[in-house]
Design a protein around this ligand. Structure first.
Ligand code: MTE
Ligand code: MO
Length: 560
């Protein structure tokens, strides 16, 4: 089992936990600050204008209070109360892990190019230096574990496992919740059936915005119109937006259905909208909790805890215990992340790995771009090799380079770039998806791995292909990664020596690198020195499928 000793050995824990630069910083382009300020101010100013000119609008009394009808919901059934609690817990984990993920590439863009300086918001004080190499990895930020899960500068691998696992349970919980809403009469609480609700909600808003309290219906039977619209918006609009924009960041999905991320304006728009959905949850949460407290805290707690309309404090007490429980779970997830990170990695692999392998890996990858789409800037990542072997390759790193292809094959070979060129070059223009969040479009030229496989003829027992690099991993030791034979045989899996119609630069992986378009960037080994066919990826390194998988707990299949 993994322990702190091993952790300290792999990663310099101290500089990881307390990097020298821990400044917190948020900078928003003024246009967006202005837009947000206007969007926030307009409804308030309009409410005041209404109030000062027309007076406080008269509220029609809630029909539920006037004449109870048998078909309307009464109280909160146990499934609804449970789903509400599970939702709180999952949202806490989602938000905490989401913030940790965000801080790994603390910039949000509208364009898939992610050009330097084009971000509309950044959560880092750093302006990227242009006079030296600044990798996306250099750019990642510290976040306190009080806020982020796992926080500090643990790995984005762990943060993403928590995020996807909680997203999975959050989704199941949400689907059960919505199904039961419609299987019972509880949907009537949320779903507007009369267009007049918008005007009624406006009246409530004029009250709140001018610091008046309208007569509140008893939430046990019915919500006020503004409350109903807010709940409806969160459940039926914002939650699906989170889900669908989340999926739009997957390389497997984007490369299979290019139209899908375009629904949101592209992968980076989807990522920005995903963040704005988080902002919507927070903007909802503050008044939601505030109103629950103001409008009869004890009674409201009995509604959602016991499903009774009593005014005693029992509901409050149990709810407080629930909050303590959530805090304990947060502490436990933090502890596991730091002391038993393999559990998180393996838990994810067991629960969501089958879905990745059976479904996402099988999607054909076919989304090609044009030369006009090529990004002016392409974030670099990884540690440049400094081995005498690599240095000795000569001009353009091509001269003395011989790719060794060996392992479980009938016909091991050594190939120079010219040999591969003679096998026939394939070109593709694709969108690169880095696990950290950035992307970029580039043209790649090289040979299909299938061409290589036809030449070397893998033996029947081979299931994985290992790509070893001249460079080291982030925490030292040879960088490598593996592909399943299935992904290696994918038509868009290339050994590339050309980027944007030029020989690969040193920074981007000269002399040879991998492209596996349905996978995240970390699979695409740069500065490749050899290709080995093996019976299982477990035989290599620490056995988790790659350098990042070994040291940073990344998943071995990288299609989300
Ligand atoms: N040898 C090596 N290859 C590597 C990495 C690395 O650290 N070492 N990083 C990977 C990651 S995380 C990404 S996103 C891509 C980045 O490719 P680029 O530098 O050409 O943008 O390279 C991948 N290949
Ligand atoms: Mo990456």
């Amino acid at each position: 089992m993994f322990n702190m000793g091993e952790m300290a050995e792999n990663i310099n824990s101290n500089s990881l936990v307390y990097p020298a630069d821990r400044r917190l910083w948020v900078q928003v382009k003024w246009q967006f600050l202005l837009a947000a300020a206007v969007a926030g101010a307009v409804p308030v100013v309009a409410a005041w204008a209404w109030y000062l000119i027309l007076g406080l609008p008269e509220m029609s009394p809630s029909p539920r209070i006037v004449e109870p009808s048998a078909s309307d919901p009464i109280g909160f059934p146990v499934w609804l109360r449970l789903a509400h609690f599970v939702n709180i817990l999952m949202m806490v984990l989602l938000i905490r892990s989401g913030l940790s993920i965000l801080m790994d590439h603390p910039r949000l863009y509208w364009s898939d190019h992610c050009t330097l300086g084009s971000e509309w918001i950044r959560f880092t004080p750093i302006v990227v230096p242009k006079d030296r190499v600044w990798t996306a990895k250099d750019d990642s930020r510290y976040i306190s574990p009080w806020i982020g899960l796992p926080g500090f500068r643990h790995t984005i691998g762990i943060a993403r496992h928590w995020h996807f696992l909680s997203a999975f349970f959050w989704l199941i919980n949400g689907l059960i919740f919505v199904a039961l809403l419609f299987a019972t009469n509880q949907w009537k609480r949320l779903v507007p059936t009369d267009i007049a609700i918008f005007f009624d909600a406006w009246k409530v808003h004029v009250h709140y915005a001018t610091f008046h309290m309208p007569v509140e219906p008893d939430g046990f039977y019915k919500y006020n119109p503004l409350q109903q619209l807010a709940y409806f918006g969160i459940v039926f609009i914002v939650a699906p937006i989170s889900l669908f924009t989340g999926l739009a960041m997957s390389p497997a999905i984007d490369n299979w259905a290019g139209w899908y991320p375009r629904l949101f304006g592209g992968r980076q728009c989807a990522r920005s909208i995903h963040f704005l959905a988080l902002c919507s949850y927070l903007a909802f949460l503050v008044p939601h909790v505030g109103m629950v407290v103001i409008t009869g805290f004890a009674q409201n707690m009995n509604h959602i805890v016991f499903g009774t309309d009593d005014k005693d404090i029992n509901g409050l007490l149990v709810f407080a215990a629930g909050v303590v429980g959530i805090i304990l779970i947060c502490w436990a997830t933090h502890w596991i992340s730091w002391k038993r990170p393999r559990w998180v990695q393996m838990g994810f692999r067991r629960i969501l790995g089958p879905f990745q392998r059976q479904f996402l890996n099988r999607l054909p990858s076919r989304n090609l771009y044009t030369r006009a789409d090529i990004s002016p800037y392409f974030w670099p990542n990884g540690k440049m090799p400094h081995s005498p072997e690599w240095d000795g390759l000569g001009e353009g790193r091509r001269e003395h380079f011989k790719l060794k292809v060996f392992g479980m094959v009938e016909n091991p070979v050594e190939l120079g770039i010219a040999d591969m060129e003679a096998m026939g070059k394939r070109e593709q223009i694709t969108l690169h998806h880095c696990i950290q969040g950035w992307s970029g479009v580039a043209q790649w030229g090289g040979i299909n791995l299938t061409q290589l496989m036809q030449l070397v003829k893998p033996l029947p027992g081979a299931t994985a292909v290992v790509f070893r690099s001249y460079g080291d991993g982030h925490y030292g030791g040879e960088f490598y990664d593996t592909l399943t034979l299935e992904n290696a045989g994918h038509p868009e899996t290339l050994l590339a020596w050309e980027m944007n119609d030029k020989p690969l630069s040193d920074l981007h992986g000269a002399p040879l690198r991998l492209r596996a378009e349905n996978q995240l960037g970390y699979k695409m080994v740069k500065w490749i020195k050899s290709v080995e066919f093996v019976a299982s990826e477990k035989e290599v390194g620490k056995g988790y499928g790659g350098k990042n998988e070994d040291d940073e707990y990344y998943p071995v299949v990288a299609n989300i």
